[in-house]
Design a protein around this ligand. Structure first.
Ligand code: DON
Length: 563
């Protein structure tokens, strides 16, 4: 019986072809492009670029627009990471990740027997970390922006005040969330004023328009002080949350040195800790570069097996070594060392799946000194911005700040709430990612920029929790090893392995029947991905003649726009 069920599951994941073509070419433009999760946000960013704004100006405008039109993940109550490459090759990375409030403590989600209290780190007021988005945008704009701040926030103010039509997918999601919105809110949020939303309904958000107006007119203080801050703290008091005025006033984003590595003719530029994304991506691409994956072919048993085994080992390192560098010494150099990375594959067997129990984190050299939505933008001058921003789960903690109309994140669940206890992405962790006041929770977000032979080549990133890293990895390989266009690479089916649980999770048809079956016979445990689709990515590829190709994810309402 069990065997039959397994065969059924394997067939489900591997049979059937996705109807998205891996040879599809996306929108091509000559000068500039924005790819984001929503057509209205992409349009807002494009308008900024047309007016002469640079990629950072456009990023600020897109971030605020997404907070209105894509409230699942676009936000002002969450956080994110921004990776920047200037046209002259200068690079930078901004960490505006949320932080644990000062009153947070290691065991705050455990009962008196030390067991994890279900959903406490995921839903409701206690799940929220101190938001970083508004500070992040202000800080990015101060350093690199060129247009006046108010002009960049204004499109979002108008979208919230005047309303915008819901897409079919958004209407469906709002209806699905209704129960949670009612359950976790102390006041009725604007999203549930209607019983049943349908495609084309106009949604207006007066309270959110007010909060955005404060931010437009007062910058950082419009959010971390004054009426909006008062609303956040009042919301926390009503719902038993922890964020205080002091937490808000002291929040600061941090400029960090991007993770960089050369892999063949490419240079990877990505996010350092507290994201695990950049390090894990470099490890995956470095391992892959040791094998002729292009020759082996896309979706073949050999290629897929190698990729799964690389993912298994890289996620084992993630679980043990990675956390907020301001609190935990992350052995960055050791983890990025090419011989260390290649050494991780010594127990790789070409014809057989490794058991995750036989894989543990490696021992990289210690540091020498102490030390979820994505949008991609390229402007007319050739500056590039890669941003992944999130509330964590869809609609975050489900808690709206009454009076200010925005959703709070549930990023606290990205901490390891108890050593070895899996979080909502089934990721396990330990000391490096334990909760501490003011600490940032470990992330998988992987906003990335690639250079080829010293020139801007690709801007890419994705949503998807733990699957973000594997999504970005597979998209890059699809282009550099298998020669797909940007759109085809984003369309292509995805699979995911994260060491524990020891499963290869697959989108419908992503493995292909022959490959899936043979992988299963080699000992890989294969299962369909619970959410159906893995990741939702936005990419821009610079073509040999300098034109730009967009890759907008057909898994969502994503759109490329530009000129
Ligand atoms: O930072 C992280 O890794 C997660 N909070 C990202 C969440 C995400 O991608 C949501 N999408 N499923």
């Amino acid at each position: 019986m069990f065997r039959r069920l397994t065969v059924f599951i394997v067939l489900f994941c591997t049979l059937g072809c996705s109807n998205r073509s891996i040879r599809e070419t996306g929108l091509i433009t000559r000068q500039a492009m924005v790819v984001s999760a929503h057509p209205l946000a992409s349009a807002v960013g494009t308008k900024v670029l047309k007016r002469g704004g640079n990629a950072v100006d456009a990023a600020v405008a897109v971030q605020f627009a997404l907070a209105v039109v894509y409230p699942d993940a676009g936000n002002i109550g969450g956080g994110g990471f921004l990776v920047f490459r200037q046209k002259d090759g200068h690079i930078d990375a901004l960490d505006y990740r949320e932080k644990a409030p000062a009153a947070a403590h290691r065991n705050m989600y455990l009962d008196e027997r030390g067991e994890v209290i279900e959903e406490l780190s995921l839903k409701g007021h206690l799940a929220a970390g101190v938001p970083g988005t508004v500070d992040g945008m202000v800080v990015a704009h101060k350093k690199y922006g060129s247009l006046p701040w108010a002009e960049l926030v204004q499109p979002a103010v108008l979208l919230a005040a005047n309303g915008f039509p819901l897409t079919k997918k958004e209407a469906k999601k709002l209806n699905e969330e209704r129960k949670d919105f009612l359950k976790y809110n102390t006041r009725r949020p604007e999203f549930i004023l209607k019983d049943h939303w349908k495609e084309g309904d106009t949604i207006r958000m007066k309270e959110l328009a007010f909060a955005l107006t404060q931010i437009r007119d007062r910058g950082r203080s419009g959010f971390y002080e004054g009426a909006v801050a008062d609303s956040i703290v009042a919301e926390m008091k009503r719902g038993g949350g922890l964020i205080s005025h002091q937490d808000l006033a002291s929040y600061q984003s941090v400029w960090r040195k991007p993770i960089t590595a050369h892999v063949g003719e490419y240079r990877i530029i990505s996010m350092p800790p507290p994201s695990s994304g950049g390090i894990a991506l470099v490890q995956l691409l470095t391992i892959s570069s040791g094998y002729p994956l292009g020759e082996w072919g896309y979706k073949t048993v050999k290629t897929t097996h190698l990729m799964i085994e690389a993912e298994r080992r890289v996620y084992a390192d993630r679980a043990v070594h990675l956390g907020d560098p301001d609190f935990h010494k992350v052995p960055v150099e050791g983890l990025l060392d090419t011989s260390y990375i290649k050494g991780r594959m010594t127990n790789f067997t070409p014809g057989k799946a490794t058991d995750s129990d036989d894989v543990s984190a490696g021992t990289p050299a210690p540091p020498e000194s102490p030390n979820t939505t994505h949008y991609s933008i390229v402007d007319v001058q050739g500056n590039a911005v890669s941003v992944t921003t999130t509330l964590n789960s869809s609609f975050g903690s489900k808690v709206f700040v009454a009076g200010a109309g925005f959703l709070l994140n549930n990023e606290m669940d990205d901490f390891s709430v108890k050593p070895g206890a899996p979080n909502s992405y089934r990721l396990v962790g330990g000391e490096a990612n334990a909760i501490a006041p003011g600490k940032r929770m470990l992330s998988s977000m992987t906003p990335t920029i690639l250079e080829k032979n010293g020139k801007l080549y690709m801007v890419v990133g994705s949503m998807g929790g733990s699957t973000i890293i594997t999504t970005v990895y597979q998209i890059i390989l699809n282009v550099i090893a298998h020669g797909m266009p940007m759109q085809g690479a984003v369309n292509a089916g995805r699979f995911h392995h994260q060491w524990r649980p020891d499963w290869v999770l697959s989108e419908w048809g992503a493995l292909g029947f022959g490959t899936g079956l043979r992988l299963w016979l080699m000992g890989h445990k294969i299962a369909p991905y619970v959410n159906g689709t893995i990741g939702r990515a936005s990419g821009i590829l610079v073509l040999p003649d300098g034109r730009l190709e967009g890759g907008a994810d057909p898994r969502g309402d994503d759109a490329s726009a530009g000129f």
